[in-house]
Ligand binder design. Structure first.
Ligand code: SF4
Length: 244
């Protein structure tokens, strides 16, 4: 049976009901077996990204790890990415926007100030969509968790996107405590900026734009695009506009 047939035959409702009670590692194992060679893990190398990278490489050490380097990342993120790549032996696939930072600034200026959706579409979504196409994926893993924000609170563990790809979120049900214990038990680091109050870490094209520290008690993603009604870059929405 081809991978296309596998996707067509999946009963997502039944799988979601079953996966609510399964260990994350079992879900990763199921997905890697089901989408044999056609699945990757996406990582922003954010605050607790080490969890998903560790879970996925436990099952398949050479699983492709897609990450987008927008050109506006914190230097600490780039260093964290390189450190984890070495520690876990990651099969890293770095994708970049079609314009580098200097060319983008020359043509579009500080687009994040006026139209962050368009900026994310150019610098994040296009490279990510290109990655999925070029790698011939039928499915991908992501580490989103329901408690991270209002736009993620109903995230299913498995769903089909408008692009036909299956998105698998093995740790959707995890709490911040679950993440903490997993990292501790496995000798894995948080992103170094987490200790400074950055609980969700994306770009920082200039100070206090796109990523800010959050106050105690706020959603982890409250510091993203502060001042805009936006908490998602678009990688986790499927064209209906919700949460973008
Ligand atoms: S997070 Fe900010 S700088 Fe990065 S792509 Fe989105 S709007 Fe642009």
């Amino acid at each position: 049976m081809s991978a296309e047939d596998v996707r067509a035959d999946l009963d997502l409702d039944a799988l979601n009901a079953e996966f609510e009670h399964r260990r994350a590692l079992d879900i990763v194992d199921w997905a890697v077996s089901t989408f044999d060679g056609r699945i990757a893990v996406s990582s922003s190398f954010g605050a607790d990204s080490a969890v998903m990278l560790h879970l996925c490489t436990r099952v398949r050490p050479d699983i492709p790890v897609i990450t987008v380097d927008t050109g506006f990342l914190f230097p600490e993120t780039v260093a964290f990415r390189d450190r984890l790549a070495e520690q876990l032996g990651l099969n890293l696939k770095i994708f970049r926007p079609r314009m580098d930072r200097a060319a983008f600034l020359a043509e579009h200026g500080k687009m994040w100030r006026v139209n962050p959706d368009a900026c994310c579409a150019f610098n994040k979504r296009e490279p990510f969509d290109r990655a999925k196409r070029e790698l011939g994926l039928h499915a991908w893993f992501t580490g989103i968790r329901r408690e991270q924000s209002r736009t993620r609170k109903n995230a299913p563990i498995i769903e089909k996107g408008f692009d036909g790809l299956i998105k698998v979120c093995p740790i959707a049900t995890w709490t911040a405590k679950d993440v903490h214990y997993y990292l501790q038990e496995n000798g894995l680091p948080y992103h170094p900026l987490r200790a400074q109050g950055f609980l969700s870490i994306g770009c920082q094209p200039e100070e206090d734009y796109c990523t800010k520290r959050v106050e105690p008690g706020q959603d982890p993603r409250a510091g993203r695009w502060a001042g805009f009604d936006k908490t998602e870059c678009g990688l986790h929405t499927y064209g209906d506009g919700s949460g973008i």
